[in-house]
Design a protein around this ligand. Structure first.
Ligand code: 810
Ligand code: ZN
Length: 378
């Protein structure tokens, strides 16, 4: 079950609100078998059943609520039946918070050398051992039921960017048929199946995709096919076309996003949930996220900088270590260096979503957004 109680601020006069630039931002509570979680929320990505370089205890400590794991990877290695025998993904990785698994759709199309997509599903070669593999809605849902995540995703095709209108149309219609097959294959109660809106960068296809999936009645909706290289204004335009068509009392999850500037814009359009590998990935090459932009702590400029990455940051790295120390560890290829930059970046994004939630609840989200964007350079 996944009930969403959006605490959307009730506005006296909607028209009045629109004039003053009222946004669709809302602060909600997501109910799952592993707890009730606040939105807007950022979900750390733990592709292979671990959020790289940090422990479940550290994730808890920094305020992570729901984490993401990739079905495609776990299906290939160690196998989703094995995880089921181990007691499911929560037990396997010792995480008692929420878990969301993706259907493997995106990875198949972006990772493995793709073989062929048919009505039945997608044939591809494993990026691990080159073996020929096949994923379909039924196989992807069975794999996710084996993993036992709280929220699972319908099998979809993330349309590449750019794509011809005709291809986007056919693919989106197929994703809707796959969503229906995912629904029929999903027999595990207590687990929420989200559909994924596609439509490429075409307004009309986005609206058709959203309306068709809403009429199939899912407990939540992912917005896919974005953050695939399109200009940000195009992504925002697709959000503007899609989000208003989704039920207000259900969670909206924008996949693969992103940087703080994208998060604050997407929240303005009414997005509740985000995931992105960016904070953990850039951390591993020594880049820290701050409210004024990125800080490459590996740079020589910080060799004798004995201040923390961010003096106002409450994370373990900023409370105890200097830029000079972290730079030294990174230069010396010490694993602890990557752990500190990862802890900081995850904390930064988790704290940022907390600040957005607070701003929404206190009806000052638009000024929060203005102030943040004025200071943050991409
Ligand atoms: C997380 C649930 O995802 C799925 O099951 N399919 C899917 N995943 C995506 C992941 C994405 N990451 C990015 N940018 C980094 N864009 C994405 C799109 C999809 C998608 O359309 N469909
Ligand atoms: Zn920090």
């Amino acid at each position: 079950t996944c009930a969403f109680a959006g605490q959307k601020k009730v506005l006296a006069a909607y028209e009045e609100a629109v004039k003053c630039g009222y946004s669709g931002a809302r602060a909600g509570r997501l109910h799952t078998p592993h707890g009730v979680f606040d939105t807007p929320m950022f979900m750390p990505v733990g592709t292979q059943a671990t959020v790289k370089a940090v422990s479940p205890r550290e994730l808890k400590e920094m305020g992570a609520q729901i984490i993401l794991s990739n079905t495609y990877h776990l299906y290939l290695r160690p196998g989703t039946e094995l995880v089921a025998e181990a007691g499911g993904l929560h037990r396997f990785m010792d995480w008692d918070g929420g878990i969301l698994t993706d259907s493997g759709g995106f990875q198949v199309f972006s990772l493995g050398p793709l073989r062929k997509i048919t009505e039945e599903g997608a044939a591809f070669r494993s990026h691990i051992d080159g073996s020929t593999q096949f994923l379909s809605p039924e196989i992807a849902i069975k794999a996710q039921m084996n993993l036992g995540a709280d929220i699972i995703m319908a099998f979809d095709e993330c349309i590449p960017y750019p794509a011809e209108y005709q291809y986007a149309k056919l693919s989106t219609e197929r994703t809707t048929r796959w969503a229906e097959r995912s629904q029929k294959a999903h027999t595990r109660s207590g687990q929420a199946l989200f559909a994924i809106v596609q439509g490429g960068m075409y307004q009309d296809l986005r609206r058709v995709s959203a309306n068709d999936l809403v009429s199939l009645d899912f407990p939540g909706y992912g917005i896919g096919g974005l953050s695939v290289g399109e200009p940000k204004p195009v992504m925002y335009e697709m959000l503007e076309q899609t989000v208003p068509l989704l039920p207000e009392n259900k969670p909206r999850y924008l996949m693969g996003v992103g940087t703080p500037d994208c998060l604050v814009e997407a929240v303005r359009y009414g997005i509740d949930m985000f995931d992105c590998v960016f904070p953990t990935r850039v951390a591993r090459n020594g880049t820290a996220m701050t409210k004024s932009g990125r800080l490459v702590v590996k740079n020589a400029a910080y060799a004798k900088d004995f201040l923390p990455i961010d003096e106002n940051c409450g994370c373990y790295a900023c409370q105890n270590f200097s830029r000079a120390y972290i730079r030294h560890l990174l230069k010396a290829d010490e694993i602890f260096g990557l752990r500190l930059t990862t802890i900081h970046n995850l904390y930064f994004l988790l704290d940022f979503t907390k600040k957005m939630r607070q701003a929404i609840l206190e009806d000052r989200f638009l000024s929060f957004r203005e102030e943040f964007l004025a200071q943050y350079c991409k």
